[in-house]
Design a protein around this ligand. Structure first.
Ligand SMILES: NC(=O)c1ccc[n+]([C@@H]2O[C@H](COP(=O)([O-])OP(=O)(O)OC[C@H]3O[C@@H](n4cnc5c(N)ncnc54)[C@H](OP(=O)(O)O)[C@@H]3O)[C@@H](O)[C@H]2O)c1
Length: 263
């Protein structure tokens, strides 16, 4: 590998990352950019073919870290364990966890939010982060260095009359990350959340393809456009690297200024 980031604050050579939900969208961009900075990456998603395509893309670049693809449904505890075992078998101790995979399966009044919807959403959007952190933290602590990066959403920072289960799960994960930051900061572990605003992916297609909804979103933006997955990946590279060495327990809104606009 060509150590082109050697000596910079963004040199991640030798790190090992699991990125859940990295076969497309924001997770894919994160996997590609971490690998570009030297990280050996475990690409995952429910569909192995799509994850393998991303891993192949990474492995085709002689200047990147290496990649393997592992099928993993983050709502299944045994899949998460198998993901960690596969990562360790391929690359050794995992030093960067990016909990990115999420589900957004109900929009409507709280009265219509079923227990099943809430449980599945919490499983994917919060419990997977918790289970993976519990599993990987001992290795990170033994190494004296670890990064836990939770993909949240700016939706978790507001009240919503219709996004109940999604915002509940995302806000819970933000608080969990703060707790980890306090608990393990002195051991060399940094835990942070990235909160994207509207970003061009499959998950956001419903909003992006609806002209009225898109106009509403853009009216809150300070830059007049939605985000690109690479712009979320940039924040993750920052938090994973020494450039973010003094950042712990934070929620970084990457949203084109949507959360600072009042007028
Ligand atoms: N896009 C936005 O505007 C936006 C805004 C705020 C926050 N976010 C957050 O950013 C993160 C990435 O979202 P995205 O927009 O990139 O989503 P996306 O385009 O829908 O991609 C989702 C990724 O996760 C995988 N996935 C879905 N369900 C999974 C499951 N149960 N287990 C494992 N993997 C699963 C998908 O692959 P398979 O289908 O093969 O499993 C895919 O790789 C999420 O946490 C989301 O909440 C996105």
């Amino acid at each position: 590998m060509n150590r082109r980031f050697a000596g910079t604050l963004f040199d991640l050579a030798g790190e090992v990352a699991i990125v859940t939900g990295s076969s497309r969208g924001i997770g894919r961009a994160i996997a590609l950019r971490l690998a570009q900075h030297g990280v050996n990456v475990v690409v995952s998603g429910r569909k192995i073919e799509a994850a393998q395509t991303v891993a192949d893309e990474i492995n085709a670049s002689p200047n990147s870290g290496r990649a393997v693809a592992v099928a993993c449904n983050v709502t299944r505890a045994d899949d998460l364990e198998a993901l960690c075992e596969a990562a360790e078998a391929a690359f050794g101790t995992v030093s960067v966890l990016v909990a990115n995979a999420a589900v957004h399966i109900h929009v409507g009044p709280s009265a219509e939010m079923s227990d099943a919807v809430l449980a599945k959403t919490m499983d994917a959007n919060f419990m997977a982060l918790h289970r993976l952190s519990q599993r990987l933290l001992p290795g990170m602590i033994a190494r004296g260095r670890g990064r836990i990066i939770n993909l949240s959403s700016i939706a978790a920072l507001f009240g919503s009359g219709v996004y109940h289960s999604y915002t509940l799960s995302k806000a819970t994960a933000i608080q969990y990350v703060r707790n980890l930051a306090v608990e393990h900061g002195v051991a060399g572990i940094r835990a942070n959340s990235v909160a994207p605003g509207l970003t061009r992916t499959d998950m956001a297609a419903g909003l992006i393809d609806d002209p009225a909804a898109l106009a509403r979103e853009l009216s809150r933006s300070t830059i007049g456009r939605i985000g690109d997955p690479d712009e979320i990946a940039g924040a993750v590279v920052f938090l994973a690297s020494d450039a973010g060495g003094y950042v712990n327990g934070q929620t970084l809104a990457v949203d084109g200024g949507m959360t600072i606009r009042y007028d």
